[in-house]
Design a protein around this ligand. Structure first.
Ligand SMILES: [Zn+2]
Length: 496
């Protein structure tokens, strides 16, 4: 489990703790791939090219334009599904409309999908209901988790008050105690902080600390800081942080701790406030933080179809969203592409096993859904001929970028051939974050799909309240679903 290294992400409000494939295995992407010859099926004269979906023009995920179906390779199950290429524009319009309505349901009808909350359960229930209606065998394995709520924090020293924020998933506290200021882990190890409030600033607070039980990555210097704090038992922690672009993007200040398994109450503040507070070292200060952990349950949703489960393609999209965001791109977009794909596969009766998975926990401190999936599939990853991960892929600007990891040449060329029929798809840079790491850590080939302008998306929108439906172009999700359908058909036909 230590083959993966932390991934730094550019999000504005939190760390995405993902699975770093780069550390696992370097991936080289040629700058130019040979283009597959056009498919023999009819290609519309005006393919998917459409003006960009303008959020200011089309609020609320309204659907615009008449995109047309491109690609499509026919075949028995495609025809059975009722979405064969012969249906052309009618199909695409209907699917785009459906994608728009799923967006509204997942991001507006359900205001939050954070793991453990009611909305998260509503989202997994909705997903299970929809895929079941397309004749998938569906199960929803549960896991324990916590939900969390907070009503702010208050800090005073003498008569001065300071602006502080509650660390996500922290316990609350009401503490009057002397202040100790610590800047390095060595200072921490020599300090007397028991029964005191400790202010961490400078070097010790320069990067966000990985949650103590995060299974995929945990550097020794983070563990050393956590260990020294737990051994010395301060009554509360105040972290004065500056910026950690790599880990938490432009968020200032950032929470040093985001860990529901770490039990020392903590808050965070800006570096400037930290400098002001440090002048009160040795004096009694008062900290009240109102925060609550709520025991909860969550679940993955796993939907299967196809005669041969021992030879299967697994498709992931994480259904949870970060606290405080509607999560339209991240990751209602991937979830919706899977729902559309499930519909396109309604009549599928091929041999190739198809497993569609709504993973629940990619944006949560301990990745419980990912851990549940790994445990349930221990020893069975060899059955997976290809793992697909869809995340943050509907951004209204740019295209949808796909990248291949350790794919045998036959699968690689099937992917490129199927996807070459869709103008919204482009082969992009390797993307070293996300749930496709689960496949790679088990030595399975993987395909990841995300937005071509991911850096821009992560820097400005992902994990913020701005990640609303109007930031997603539903037509792109339809193209992804159609392209994946074509790919699965091709792989099924190659089963011999
Ligand atoms: Zn995501």
């Amino acid at each position: 489990m230590r083959v993966l290294v932390a991934v730094r992400c550019w999000s504005t409000t939190r760390t995405v703790r993902c699975l770093n494939l780069a550390a696992h295995r370097p991936v080289t992407v040629p700058t130019q791939y040979p283009r597959a010859p056009p498919a023999t099926s009819s290609r519309p004269s005006t393919p998917w090219h459409r003006p960009p979906h303008r959020p200011d023009v089309l609020p609320g995920g309204q659907v615009c334009g008449a995109a047309q179906v491109s690609g499509g390779q026919g075949g028995r199950w495609v025809a059975d599904s009722g979405y064969g290429p012969e249906e052309g524009n009618m199909t695409s319009d209907r699917l785009i409309e459906k994608a728009g309505s799923y967006l509204q349901r997942l991001c507006v009808g359900i205001p939050s999908r954070r793991v453990g909350c009611e909305g998260n359960r509503a989202a997994t229930d909705l997903f299970a209901r929809i895929v079941s209606s397309f004749a998938f065998r569906t199960e929803s394995p549960e896991f324990d988790c916590i939900d969390w709520s907070q009503e702010g924090a208050h800090l005073t020293a003498d008569r001065a008050s300071f602006r502080v924020f509650v660390s996500p998933y922290s316990l609350g506290c009401r503490v009057r105690a002397p202040l100790v200021v610590v800047s390095t882990v060595e200072e921490m190890e020599d300090a007397e902080v028991s029964d005191k409030i400790v202010l961490l600033r400078g070097d010790i607070a320069k990067e966000q600390l990985m949650p103590k039980n995060f299974p995929f990555y945990n550097p020794d210097h983070h563990k050393r800081i956590i260990r020294s704090l737990e051994a010395r038992e301060p009554r509360a922690i105040i972290a004065a942080t500056s910026r950690d672009f790599v880990m938490v993007g432009s968020q200032y200040p950032f929470p040093l701790f985001e860990d529901g398994d770490f039990d020392i109450p903590s808050v965070y503040m800006t570096e400037e406030e930290g400098n002001r507070l440090a002048e009160h070292a040795g004096k009694e200060i008062w900290l009240e933080s109102r925060a609550h952990r709520i025991p909860a349950k969550g679940c993955n949703v796993i939907a299967r179809k196809g005669a041969d489960p021992n030879r299967r393609v697994v498709l992931f999209a994480h259904i949870d969203a970060r606290i405080g965001t509607p999560g339209a791109n991240d990751n209602a977009s991937g979830v919706i592409a899977l729902l559309l794909l499930a519909e396109l596969l309604a009549g599928y009766s091929g041999d190739l096993g198809i497993e569609i998975v709504a993973l629940n926990g990619e944006d949560y401190f301990s990745n419980p859904g990912e851990q549940e999936y790994l445990a349930a599939n221990a020893g069975k990853f060899g059955e997976i001929i290809l793992g697909v991960n869809l995340d943050d892929l509907g951004y209204y600007r740019g295209k949808v970028a796909y990248s291949l990891y350790d794919c045998p040449s036959g699968i690689g060329s099937s992917i490129r051939t199927a996807f070459s029929n869709y103008d919204a798809l482009v082969e992009g840079e390797p993307w070293d974050q996300g749930d496709h790491g689960l496949f790679l850590m088990n030595q399975r080939p993987a395909l990841a799909m995300t937005s071509e302008l991911l850096t821009e998306l992560m820097a400005e929108i992902t994990h913020t309240p701005r990640d609303r439906p109007e930031m997603v172009d539903p037509a792109k999700l339809v193209e992804v679903a159609l392209a994946l359908r074509d790919l699965l058909l091709a792989l099924d036909q190659q089963r011999a």
